[in-house]
Design a protein around this ligand. Structure first.
Ligand code: NDP
Ligand code: HSE
Length: 434
């Protein structure tokens, strides 16, 4: 039975993502009606700058008063694509207080306040959907929350930030400079309002916190996620990676400990072998491996940023939430019934690529090797070469280790820095995916 009274949607934000949501809602109105079982109507669009020309949007729908839009009494679903913490958090809370279900793309807010927002949705018997918050267009949140709800996820590893993947890919494949590649990613609408969130790894860390919570049915806060950005990755690192048959990606890695009693969550640049599927993820694409006990290894791949791909995920949530409204039901809420502690980065066990500037004289290699051994870090390979800048009596020493705890590696590096013969630690990079 088709309902003729439309479901009314408030669009909060009409920028890169919101404008595409509005466009698809208009151009696909008939299909959306058929799929939902009722027409959906764009009832209002809240923005900051009302005079901005917005193609395809009826100017009478534009308002700067998002709160009044939510309080007017006829809105069924709010789509929050403003971003940031405030006013998004207050608006979502207001929506729940007025019986309005919410679709959001806001990973920063969900990572910080997801628990409280889920509780508010549940208290009011409403939906909070956020597929677009992680990995753009890629269906990932719903498969993990629903399709894998009967399995046990042990590990998630992937590229979850389009901007940084775009920059690293350009640096690697075209030799582009960091700033030039970032400017291009920003112009294409991939970057956050403040791109520091992308390049310093905060955006990926927010997504990692959300995914870890879903994967391990526990609460993982943004502060629990170890985070390193990619601003220090240099052309020399790419050259080193190439010599090892690797490239460099900013990875999010979430792991359940072998004893099942704790988890780790981290975001940092890492070398991965060129033969690894993540190595061929180009431009602003994302890809995420999920390892589940019964299912084995699953890979999710697709556009990770940009207006239209992200709008696709938002619209998918809108259809689901509207269907739930018509069925007078709600979808799955937060599942955080385990309370697994998040272990510190020092407990993570992985491999390392360390590049040292050392004095080029007898005994240096032995001294360096001894320092690794004293900290229980086993060396896999060592390569020494004269410094490319031709500095006399100095060499560059590249050490690749076997798997070791991160705390042991930190201790090693601290001790190496104290050696007279070590002029500097040029770079430390983890090696993953082998
Ligand atoms: P934009 O900066 O392009 O758009 C933000 C929109 O919010 C603008 O329309 C702006 O109005 C409006 N806005 C800002 N402040 C207010 C306010 N106080 N009241 C009402 N409206 C306001 O951001 P994006 O579209 O890129 O991102 C939106 C969300 O989607 C963020 O949470 C982001 O993290 C997420 N996201 C973005 C992706 C992307 O590729 N861009 C991908 C996945 C998720 P005005 O137009 O007048 O300036
Ligand atoms: N700035 C984000 C990115 C948008 O580049 O991945 C998608 O979440």
């Amino acid at each position: 039975m088709m309902r003729t009274r439309p479901l009314k949607v408030a669009l909060l934000g009409c920028g890169v993502v919101g404008s595409e949501v509005a466009r698809i809602m208009t151009t696909h109105a008939d299909d959306l009606t058929a799929r939902i079982g009722a027409p959906v109507e764009l009832a209002g669009v809240a923005v900051r700058r009302p005079s901005k020309v917005r193609e395809g949007i009826d100017p009478s729908l534009i308002t700067t008063d998002a709160t009044a839009l939510l309080k007017r009494g006829d809105i069924d679903v709010a789509i929050e694509v403003i971003g940031g913490i405030e006013p998004a958090r207050t608006l979502i809370t207001t929506a729940f207080e007025h019986g309005i279900s919410v679709v959001s793309a806001n990973k920063a807010l969900l990572a910080q306040d997801g628990a409280a927002l889920h509780a508010a949705a549940e208290q009011h018997g409403l939906d909070l959907y956020y597929e677009a918050a992680v990995a753009g267009a890629i269906p990932l949140v719903r498969p993990m929350r629903e399709s894998l709800a009967g399995d046990k996820i042990n590990r998630v590893m992937g590229i979850v930030n389009g901007t940084t993947n775009f920059i690293l890919d350009k640096m690697d494949s075209t030799g582009a400079g960091y700033q030039e590649a970032l400017d291009e990613a920003t112009a294409l609408g991939y970057a956050e309002a403040d791109p520091t969130a992308d390049v310093e790894g905060y955006d990926a860390a927010a997504k990692a916190a959300i995914l870890a919570g879903i994967a391990f049915h526990t609460r993982v806060r943004l502060d629990d996620v170890y985070r390193e950005g990619m601003t220090e990755v240099s052309a020399a690192d790419f050259a080193s990676a190439k010599r090892m048959g690797c490239t460099i990606k900013l990875l999010a890695i979430l792991e359940r400990a072998a004893d099942g009693q704790s988890v780790t969550a981290r975001v940092h640049p890492a070398m991965i072998p060129l033969s690894h599927p993540l190595a061929s993820v180009r431009e602003a694409y994302n890809a995420v491996f999920v390892e589940a006990e019964a299912a084995g290894r699953l890979m999710f791949y697709g556009p990770g940023a940009g207006g239209s791909p992200t709008a696709s995920a938002v619209l998918g949530d809108l259809v689901a939430v509207c269907r739930n409204k018509l069925a007078e039901a709600t979808g799955p809420g937060e599942s955080a019934y385990t309370q697994l502690p998040v272990s510190p980065m020092g407990d993570v066990v992985t491999r390392y690529h360390i590049s040292l500037d050392v004095a080029d004289k007898p005994g240096v290699l032995a001294q360096v090797a001894t320092t690794f051994a004293e900290h229980g870090v086993s060396i896999d390979t060592v390569r020494q070469q004269g410094r490319p800048d031709g500095v006399g009596n100095e060499a560059s020493l590249v050490v690749v280790t076997h798997r070791a705890p991160d705390s042991a590696l930190s201790g090693t590096v601290e001790a190496l820095r104290k050696l007279d013969t070590v002029r500097g630690v040029a770079s430390i990079m983890r090696v993953e995916g082998e």
